[in-house]
Ligand binder design. Structure first.
Ligand code: SF4
Length: 511
């Protein structure tokens, strides 16, 4: 007689992996060594933990079920649920038919319990409902009377009032100050009915062969198995998926359906959009395109010219008085200043004190940028957004900051309209453009800090009280080199768009 293998136990997070892509669940369980976690996902995990801890402080009478072993956590949950009077429970642990969940907050309600899932986002997202449905299914199947279910997320309107804010929030019962709760009870009925099907599907996946790739690799979360599923060497040199904006994704999907994988094989007539046609032509010929319009626009601009870039930090839970969740607070700027003679100076601001860098950032910037001359940026919404936020916080500096905004010239739309190189692979990000016009400035040559995310990690490490002095110096140096590279890149790009050539210019540092 053959015995049927026992279905594998599943956690809520594993079931959610299955919901994104069955192959992801399979790989996660059978080949975890193939996972390549990004710095971003680790940072998101840390943010989620921080937000969860703060959410718990709003219920001081609550109990955290910290048991490491699953059986101990399950036992402690049963004991605490039976206690009188009932108290809020954190990480209450339940298991039903092999499906394991831990509830962020389980609060005593008039009739039964109020289940709260805490999220670090600023709104309820569709996958949060699946998450809540899984939890509700397991709790109800375990005999818990779940009277209501809510997603508790960050309130974007919250402004940190200063020291002890969380205690004020707690005292005043203003739970909505930092968090908002959206009752989702009524939205879950249908989803709860689906959960048993998801569980059996996931168990069948784990017991079977590796499923094929689904292509659902970015939503709701970037999948850590992309290198395995889509290795670079198996991709065409110029995949049709490089087509940007103007419905690029949709058009690429259509082309793939018709059997075109490499952009160079696509008949021109299938591409209607002007940008797509240009990309197609440049990719096929291998020769870059530089329109004359860029030189016309740039040559007309006066000197001195300023090239500006901010580095920012955006904590989910605001750290400094007057800031709001996820506000991009600038802790560094770099500025190259170009004179008519071609002379190039460089100035920089970097605050690693750990205090709010905003005021000094704004003051030093105003002092450096003076009153005349275009201020070049790359993707103006970002710099304008930061300048507006600084103006909103410091009324006495608002007029000068607004005057800077009026001088901004965005190099991105000029480059997008007038320049393309096959190596840019459909992207006009400065990191894609730079190697094609100034390979000596490639970001890949930099040490640990090569992008904005790494700059944030360097900043956080540098301001951490436990960071050793030598390491702090090292991080400071990396931040300086990286931010200077950003504005140096813009100088070279403006020069290239004007003349079609790049040339290194000796710069003099202003002390
Ligand atoms: S990379 Fe994409 S196809 Fe591969 S497991 Fe992840 S989600 Fe599925």
């Amino acid at each position: 007689m053959t015995t049927k293998p026992r279905p594998r136990g599943l956690s809520k997070s594993k079931l959610l992996e299955y919901r994104q892509c069955p192959r992801r669940l399979y790989l996660s369980v059978h080949h975890p060594e193939l996972k390549q976690e990004s710095d971003d996902s680790q940072q998101n995990f840390a943010t989620g933990n921080e937000v969860g801890e703060i959410a718990r402080t709003l219920h001081p009478e609550g109990i955290l079920i910290e048991q490491q072993s699953l059986s101990a956590a399950l036992r402690e949950t049963v004991t605490l649920l039976a206690e009188k009077p009932r108290r809020p429970l954190f990480e209450a642990t339940f298991q039903h038919s092999g499906l394991l969940v831990r509830a962020d907050l389980l609060l005593p309600a008039k009739r039964g319990w109020h289940l709260v899932e805490v999220k670090s986002s600023c709104e309820v997202k569709p996958y949060h409902l699946e998450d809540a449905a899984i939890q509700t299914h397991v709790l109800r199947s375990s005999g818990i009377n779940v009277a209501s279910v809510a997603i508790q997320h960050i309130n974007k309107q919250f402004v940190y009032p200063g020291k002890d804010c969380y205690h004020q929030v707690k005292r005043n019962g203003e739970i909505n100050s930092l968090f908002m709760q959206e009752d989702v009870t009524g939205k879950l009925d249908e989803l709860i009915g689906e959960v048993p099907k998801w569980v059996s599907g996931a168990q069948a996946t784990l017991a079977g062969k590796m499923p094929p790739p689904t292509g659902d690799c970015e939503k709701p979360f970037p999948c850590p198995f992309q290198e395995f599923c889509y290795p670079a060497e198996s991709q065409p040199e110029y995949p049709v998926t490089l087509l940007p904006q103007a419905n690029g994704k949709k058009i690429a999907a259509n082309l793939l359906e018709q059997g075109y994988v490499d952009l160079r094989d696509v008949p021109q007539a299938l591409l209607k959009n002007e940008t797509h046609q240009r990309i197609w032509k440049v990719t096929r010929t291998g020769k870059h395109y530089l329109g004359k319009g860029a030189a016309v626009i740039l040559s007309a601009l006066p000197y001195p010219r300023y090239f500006l870039d901010f580095e920012t930090i955006n904590p989910a839970v605001p750290t400094w008085k007057g800031t709001f969740p996820y506000q991009q607070v600038p802790f560094q700027w770099s500025c190259h200043i170009q004179r008519r003679t071609g002379k190039l100076d460089h100035k920089m601001f970097l605050d690693l004190s750990g205090n709010d860098p905003s005021r000094s950032c704004a003051e030093t910037l105003i002092g450096t940028l003076g009153k005349r001359g275009p201020v070049f940026v790359y993707y103006q919404s970002f710099e304008i957004g930061r300048l507006k936020e600084l103006a909103a916080r410091y009324a006495d500096l608002a007029e000068e900051l607004e005057a800077i905004i009026k001088r901004i010239v965005d190099l991105l739309p000029i480059a997008r309209e007038h320049y393309y190189h096959p190596d840019m692979m459909g992207s006009w990000s400065i990191k894609a453009v730079l190697p094609t016009i100034a390979p000596d400035l490639d970001y890949a040559n930099l040490e640990e800090v090569q992008d904005g995310g790494a700059a944030q990690a360097a900043y956080l490490e540098a301001i951490h009280p436990e960071t050793m002095v030598d390491r702090k110096r090292e991080r400071e140096k990396q931040l300086r080199v990286y931010c200077e590279r950003d504005t140096g890149a813009m100088v070279r790009l403006a020069q290239f768009l004007t003349t079609g050539k790049t040339a290194t210019t000796k710069r003099r540092k202003i002390p």
